[in-house]
Design a protein around this ligand. Structure first.
Ligand code: ATP
Ligand code: MG
Ligand code: MG
Ligand code: MG
Length: 473
């Protein structure tokens, strides 16, 4: 059985053997793009190459890119713990053509890799194309010979032009184009329907690989201008592929996650390794550690606030497991064990990452218990299934519970949060702060703690980032 690390390498080797330059993963903080919160795909570091404003010494590239989808256009934070396939942090395997090959070769490479190198049976795969893309349809059906019964054309969402699962865009602006996607059928034991069907959101047919035919640059006003040359950008989730190749169904079954889940069980003193909270902790440590490696620090705004929210969600899961000690920062060492070799920057900063997490954990630990008690007491009193806005606000303002954390707890108990009431309380707070001429406590942290927080420290792109896009092979 191949390990996740070996699968990552096999992918890069496959494309290196087909004249692709192996390019190192860039930072999670996009160096060339203020429009983007985090690197959410392999193409991000190549954006300017697609746009034609940057030239590289090669026209074919391949990478395993660390990605975070926890904010902005691609946000999977709410899926973690609920699906078998979504992470906040994951690795995207990709191959890229900058005005070199186009649809035909891209499709052939992907099919060859999956069916020959990985040995996946064709009858387990399902293909989708953008509804209007006759060229891609014909390559799949006439040249590759996929079964028309395992093939779907997917169009735009009603009333929206170029808004489709088969029209990929990095964000609201930038390079975009029609795409074709390959799904794996985990079999009838898993609930869920094929792509394009009403129950496609189940975990039976799992999307593994997206091949994007980059053709346009979308401007802020929605205008689409053609790129200087048609390009290819593909992305495949490493963890999803590993799940299939290791004979499992859930991403959490793979060697890498099993290692982290065992570690999470150990540090929280939890014997039952099947409890969902351990999965969430295993997921969140990757996002948090790599964001810190890439120069983000927990704070009350922007990227730092996203990091803080993920850390606090993880800590609350430990609390839910009855863990009273610091545990989250103790997940860094096990993470280094499974990912340090592929990402030396993680090993290099192990002590620093541990310290940052420990600090945040200590800080939130001071208010978490009291906040939870307040929430539990409020829940007992509920007359409907809705947590009052004032309670959510108090949790936010006094106990440092980001609103999504309260929402997360509510969802677990099949409750919801009075969002309007929360917004109203927030508005009143802002008014009071304005009247008093101060900005107030932003995240419900006592003022002295806020003063203690360092601003997001920028560690530079050069170490891991776009500027250096260091070539490995
Ligand atoms: P999904 O429909 O499953 O949410 P997506 O269409 O949003 O995936 P793409 O933007 O097409 O994903 O990204 C390319 C590939 O990256 C996907 O086919 C999948 O294998 C992987 N991927 C996307 N999001 C995640 C995630 N949150 N966690 C793990 N892998 C992911
Ligand atoms: Mg998605
Ligand atoms: Mg999709
Ligand atoms: Mg997709």
């Amino acid at each position: 059985m191949k390990t996740t690390a070996e699968i990552r390498q096999a992918f890069l080797d496959f494309f290196a053997a087909r004249e692709h330059r192996v390019v190192k993963s860039s930072s999670l903080v996009p160096g060339n793009d203020p429009t983007l919160l985090f690197t959410n795909a392999g193409m991000v570091q190549f954006k300017d190459v697609f746009l034609g404003s940057e030239k590289r010494a090669y026209t074919r590239a391949t990478s395993a890119q660390r990605c975070v989808r926890a904010g902005g256009k691609h946000n999977d934070l709410e899926n973690v713990g609920y699906t078998a396939r979504h992470h906040t942090f994951f690795e995207m395997l990709g191959n890229f053509s900058f005005g070199d090959y186009f649809k035909k070769e891209a499709i052939e490479f992907a099919w060859d890799f999956l069916t020959n190198s990985c040995g996946l049976p064709a009858e387990r795969l399902w293909v989708t194309v953008y509804e209007e893309d006759d060229e891609a349809a014909s390559i799949w059906l006439d040249e590759i010979g996929v079964d028309p019964n395992r093939f779907t054309r997917i169009g735009d969402k009603p009333g929206k032009r170029y808004d489709s699962d088969n029209f990929w865009a990095m964000g609201d602006t930038g390079p975009c184009g029609p795409c074709t996607e390959i799904f794996y059928d985990h079999g009838p034991d898993v609930p869920g329907g094929p792509p394009g069907s009403p129950d496609e959101d189940g975990d039976r047919y799992i999307e593994i690989w997206n091949l994007v035919f980059m053709q346009f640059d979308r401007a802020a006003d929605g205008t689409m201008s053609p790129l200087p040359a048609p390009c290819v950008d593909t992305g495949m989730g490493l963890e999803r592929l590993a799940a299939i190749l290791q004979g499992g169904h859930s991403n959490y079954d793979i060697d890498l996650f099993q290692h982290l889940i065992k570690a999470a069980g150990r540090v929280t003193a939890t014997d039952d390794l099947a409890v969902p909270s351990l999965k969430v902790i295993a997921d969140h440590i990757r996002a948090c550690a790599f964001l810190i490696v890439d120069g983000v620090l927990p704070s009350n705004e922007g990227r730092g606030y996203v990091l803080r929210r993920i850390i606090r969600r993880a800590i609350r899961h430990g609390y839910k497991l009855g863990c009273k000690d610091l545990f989250f920062s103790r997940m860094v060492a096990p993470l280094v064990e499974v990912m340090g070799e592929a990402y030396p920057e993680l090993s290099d900063k192990q002590a620093y990452v541990t310290e940052v997490l420990e600090r945040e954990e200590t800080r939130f630990g001071e208010t978490l218990d009291q906040g939870m008690k307040l929430l539990e007491a409020a829940i007992v009193e509920l007359s409907d299934r809705r947590i009052p806005g004032e309670v959510a606000f108090k949790l936010y303002d006094t106990y440092g519970f980001p609103i999504d954390l309260t929402r997360d707890i509510a969802r677990e108990r099949e409750l919801n949060v009075d969002e309007e009431g929360f917004e109203r309380a927030m508005g009143e707070q802002r008014e009071r702060a304005r009247a008093a001429g101060s900005f107030g406590a932003k995240d419900g942290l006592p003022a002295e703690l806020i003063a203690e927080l360092k601003p997001t420290e920028f560690l530079g792109y050069s170490e891991t980032g776009v500027d250096s896009a260091e070539v490995l092979a």
